[in-house]
Design a protein around this ligand. Structure first.
Ligand code: SF4
Length: 80
């Protein structure tokens, strides 16, 4: 049985599945999704703008690091 999620956006939040599955993000799940959802940066963004927040926006307002792409690797060599 699911816990008693407080946030009304649980069903449409793109980050929510990661918060559930990634252990290091669990603190956000417990603090925001299960409790103070009105303080969540994702919730506030959606409410204020009516648009989806960026996928990497954490409830704390910080951004999740994105995986480096081939072109952004510092050890990549220019085309020959
Ligand atoms: S991360 Fe924020 S917007 Fe998403 S479900 Fe949790 S409290 Fe709601």
């Amino acid at each position: 049985m699911d816990p008693d999620w407080k946030c009304p956006n649980v069903g449409r939040c793109e980050l929510f599945p990661r918060l559930r599955s990634e252990h290091q993000l669990r603190i956000c799940l417990e603090r925001y999704c299960l409790d103070e959802f009105s303080k969540c940066a994702r919730y506030q963004h959606a409410r204020a703008s009516g648009t989806k927040p960026p996928l990497e926006l954490l409830p704390t307002g910080e951004l999740l690091p994105t995986a480096p792409t081939i072109n952004s690797r510092s050890d990549s060599r220019p085309d020959e």
